[in-house]
Design a protein around this ligand. Structure first.
Ligand code: PLP
Length: 376
C-alpha cells in the first residue's frame, strides 16, 4: 500500500498505540478524577501528555485543554469567543478558505446576527495587509488557519496577528493550526494567537483527540458543562488512552520537525517536477507546505483517477477529504480554474513516504493518462 492521504489522517505511531493500550490495561484504566492510586496513575498520564503538547508549542500546561479533536477545538474557540463578548462587538473576521470546522460555526453566528468579513486570497495567496485591514474596533474575533488543507498554502498569520494585536489588543485571535502542527513551527510566542486548535490524528496519534490552546488571561465561554474536568472548561471524563497516545506521538515527533520538513520538501519537489513533465498542473503554490500537494490531471476526473489509483493500492484524496466529493470553493478561491478543479487530487505526505512511492504514483498517472477515457 502507498498512502498519500496524510492530510486526511495519518497512521498512528507504534509509540502512540502502545500508550493508548497501556492506558486501557489493568494498571492504567482508572478515572483521572478518582482519588485512589489507579485514578492518580491515570491523572499522571494526562498531565504528562499535557506537558508534552504544551512544550511542543512553547505554552504552559495550564494553557492546554484536551478536546475530542480539532473540530471541537475550532467550534469552542469561535463560539466561545463570540459568547464571551456579550453584545459589545459583533464582527468576526475570517478567511474564505477555512476548514468547515471553523467556517460552519461562524456561519451559525452570522445567522444569529454577527457580521462576518471573509477575506479572500489575491494573486493565488494571502497578504497580511488584507487580513489586518478587514479588522475594526467592532471585531471580537479573527480566526485564520495557518496552512490550508486543500492546497498547502501558508497564510501570513504571524504578521497579521502581530499587527492586529498591536492595534486592537482586545480582539481575540484564533488559529486553526491543524495542517501546520508538527510540520512547520507552531510557537505561541511568535504566532500571537490567543487560541490555537490542534488535532491528534493528523500527527500520527489516533482519531478523537485534539487540543485547544488558550493563552493565559484569555477568558472564553465554555461549551460543555458537567463534572468540571479540564479545570472546569471542558467537562467529561478525560479520554486517557487517546490523550496519552497524543502525548506519545508528539513527544516522538517534536524533535525532528526540521529534518522531516527537509525530507518532505525533497519528496514534494520530486513529485512536482515529475508531474509537470507529464502535463499535469500543480495547483499548490511553490512556497506552500510541501506536505500538501494539489495537482490536476487534465481530462481525468478526480473520482475516476482516485479509484484507478486505489486499484493499484495508491491512496490519494480528491481535493479535501472533508468535502466528500462535494465541489470545493477553496480551490476556486485560490484561483484554480473551474476546469481544473474537477480534475484535482490531493497527494499529501508524511515522513514515511519515499521517492520510490512517488515513482510508482508517476507510473500509475502515466498509465491513467494513456488508458482512461478522457473527459473534456
Ligand atoms: N481543521 C483543518 C485545517 C483540518 O484539515 C481538519 C481535518 O481535516 C480539521 C480542522 C478537523 O480536525 P478533526 O478531524 O480533528 O476534527
Amino acid at each position: 500500500m502507498i498512502y498519500f492521504d496524510n492530510a486526511a489522517t495519518t497512521k498512528p505511531l507504534d509509540s502512540a498505540v502502545k500508550a493508548a493500550v497501556d492506558a486501557m490495561s489493568a494498571e492504567g484504566f482508572g478515572n483521572p478524577s478518582s482519588l485512589h492510586g489507579l485514578g492518580l496513575s491515570a491523572s499522571q498520564k494526562v498531565s504528562a501528555a499535557r506537558k508534552v503538547i504544551a512544550g511542543s508549542i512553547g505554552a504552559s500546561p495550564e494553557e492546554i485543554y484536551f478536546t475530542s479533536g480539532a473540530t471541537e477545538a475550532d467550534n469552542t474557540a469561535v463560539i466561545g469567543a463570540a459568547m464571551s463578548n456579550g453584545k459589545r462587538r459583533r464582527q468576526i473576521v475570517t478567511t474564505s478558505v477555512e476548514h468547515p470546522a471553523v467556517a460552519e460555526p461562524i456561519r451559525r453566528l452570522e445567522a444569529q446576527g454577527f457580521e462576518v468579513v471573509r477575506v479572500s486570497p489575491r494573486e493565488g495567496g494571502y497578504f497580511a495587509d488584507d487580513i489586518v485591514n478587514a479588522v475594526s474596533k467592532e471585531t471580537c474575533l479573527v480566526s485564520c488557519m495557518a496552512v490550508n488543507n486543500e492546497t498547502g498554502s501558508v497564510l501570513p498569520i504571524e504578521e497579521a496577528f502581530r499587527r492586529i494585536k498591536k492595534q486592537y489588543p482586545d480582539t481575540l485571535t484564533h488559529c486553526d493550526a491543524v495542517q501546520c502542527y508538527m510540520k512547520l513551527p507552531v510557537k505561541v510566542k511568535s504566532l500571537n494567537a490567543d487560541m490555537i486548535s490542534l488535532s491528534g490524528h493528523k500527527v500520527h496519534a489516533p482519531k478523537g483527540i485534539g487540543a485547544l490552546y488558550i493563552r493565559k488571561g484569555v477568558h472564553i465561554a465554555s461549551l460543555i458543562s458537567g463534572g468540571g474536568q479540564e479545570r472546569g472548561f471542558r467537562s467529561g471524563t478525560e479520554s486517557v488512552p487517546l490523550i496519552a497516545a497524543f502525548g506519545a506521538a508528539v513527544g516522538e515527533l517534536c524533535g525532528s520537525l526540521d529534518e522531516r520538513f527537509a525530507y518532505v520538501s525533497e519528496l514534494s519537489a520530486l513529485l512536482r517536477s515529475r508531474v509537470s513533465a507529464l502535463g499535469i498542473a500543480v495547483n499548490s503554490p511553490a512556497d506552500g507546505s510541501p506536505y500538501v500537494n494539489s495537482i490536476a490531471v487534465p481530462g481525468l476526473r478526480s473520482e475516476v483517477l482516485l479509484h484507478f489509483l486505489e486499484q493499484k493500492e495508491i491512496y490519494v484524496s480528491s481535493g479535501s477529504a472533508c468535502s466528500k466529493g462535494k465541489k470545493s470553493s477553496v480551490l476556486s478561491e485560490f484561483g484554480v480554474p473551474d476546469k481544473l478543479a474537477d480534475f484535482t487530487i490531493r497527494v499529501s505526505f508524511c515522513a514515511e513516504n519515499t521517492a520510490d512511492e512517488i515513482e510508482a504514483l508517476i507510473a500509475a498517472l502515466k498509465e491513467a493518462q494513456d488508458t482512461l477515457q478522457k473527459v473534456r
